[in-house]
Ligand binder design. Structure first.
Ligand code: NAD
Length: 354
């Protein structure tokens, strides 16, 4: 696996920046196969979680409005620097727009020059699913094969596929307040190796499930799951609550669960645990991955992944795409960086172009 370069590049290497459009991202996913892409992303994310301590980390920078949020998510391992621009606007689907859209960039720390710019709407869905499944592989009860999927929007099929590929989930119990969303999931996942059940309530969806995924979108303190729906031994993958004032779980569930997070300073502001006191105990997932802290300790324990999405996962995803597109034509070269023959003669370059 290649590492970001910090070697001196030649001018011709730096003049153009490879750009992966939505169309080319879809070509990349199909050429690798979505299963391989999810496995590859999970491997890169796990590798970066193992290197967690060397990253320059910060909670994402969020700009809130009444209808949504726009966020910047930076991270650096000292050799490469990456950031993602992402929005979250639950009302957008009513206007025919995506709730979440994103693009991102990875740069060489040695020159500061970008080495890849890419769409990240698809890539975010893939990396979120890969992260959730990588975490569940460690925390879910042994032999878990049935998952409740509450919220059947844009993220849901990606989540389901990652749980099939990485965790062996083959039975889905689907619920959404909008039955047409559930119908869409059934159409998209038919013939994909799942036993699918459409449920009429979240209670019905959780019956017999060993894993519960909540991925709803609503800008409020919602209660998608109440305490009575969560039996012992369950793993909850809660990814829809990811902003101040936007949660999915009743706080009583948090009291009964062992809570695992990505980066506590960000999750305490944005995650389900925003409902709890600042010293509420949580475990950062990287500590479990490196074996420094326990994950699931018993079959009766309730484990809760309070996933909000962290910049290192986007760094890993950008690294993965950068490593895969080299030998392909799944990118265009963008004339994004001024490149005068004499680096100090920027003005002369402009004059000569007149
Ligand atoms: P989406 O708008 O496409 O889908 C959300 C679905 O939730 C819709 O079908 C809606 O009908 C349903 N829903 C809303 N309220 C519900 C309720 N009370 N019960 C059942 N269903 C309900 O959104 P999406 O792109 O699938 O994203 C889902 C959520 O995941 C969003 O809140 C988004 O911000 C979040 N998200 C988190 C991460 C992360 O890393 N944790 C990454 C991407 C998206």
């Amino acid at each position: 696996m290649s590492k970001p370069t910090m070697s001196k590049p030649t001018p011709s290497q730096t003049a153009f920046v490879p750009f992966v459009s939505v169309d080319n991202m879809m070509r990349l996913v199909h050429s690798l196969g979505i299963e391989e892409m999810l496995k590859g992303l999970a491997a890169y994310i796990e590798e970066d979680f193992r290197r967690w301590e060397l990253f320059d980390k910060t909670p994402r920078v969020a700009s809130h409005s009444k209808v949504g949020v726009i966020e910047l998510m930076p991270a650096s391992d000292g050799e490469a620097y990456a950031f993602k621009y992402v929005n979250g606007h639950p009302k957008n689907t009513r206007e025919g727009l995506q709730t979440v859209t994103a693009f991102g960039l990875i740069a060489d720390v040695y020159t500061g020059y970008p080495v890849l710019l890419t769409e990240m709407t698809l890539l975010t869905a893939l990396r979120t699913a890969a992260t959730s499944a990588m975490v569940a592989r460690v925390l879910a009860p042994e032999g878990a094969r049935t998952m409740a999927m509450i919220g059947n929007g844009a993220q849901s099929e990606f989540q389901a596929t990652a749980f099939r590929v990485l965790c062996g989930v083959d039975t889905l119990r689907l619920y959404d307040v909008d039955p047409s969303a559930t119908g869409k999931v059934v159409r998209n996942l038919s013939g994909e190796g799942f036993d699918l059940t459409i449920c009429r309530s979240p209670e019905e969806a959780t019956e017999g499930a060993q894993i519960i995924t909540t991925c709803t979108a609503d800008k409020q303190l919602a209660t998608i799951l109440t305490d009575n729906m969560v039996g012992t031994g369950i793993h909850i993958n809660a990814i829809g609550g990811d902003c101040p004032g936007k949660t999915e779980l009743h706080r009583d569930i948090l009291m009964r669960s062992d809570v695992f997070v990505e980066y506590a300073p960000q999750t305490r502001v944005e995650g389900e645990i925003q409902q709890m006191p600042d010293d509420f105990p949580v475990t950062e997932m990287w500590e479990v991955i490196i074996g420094a802290k326990p994950g699931r300790a018993s079959q009766s324990q309730i484990t809760l992944f309070d996933g909000v999405g962290f910049a290192i996962e986007d760094f890993s995803a950008l690294r993965f795409v950068r490593d895969r597109i080299g030998e392909t034509d799944f990118f265009q070269n963008l004339d994004m960086l001024a490149d005068p023959d004499d680096p100090r003669d920027l003005f002369g370059m402009l004059r000569r172009a007149r």
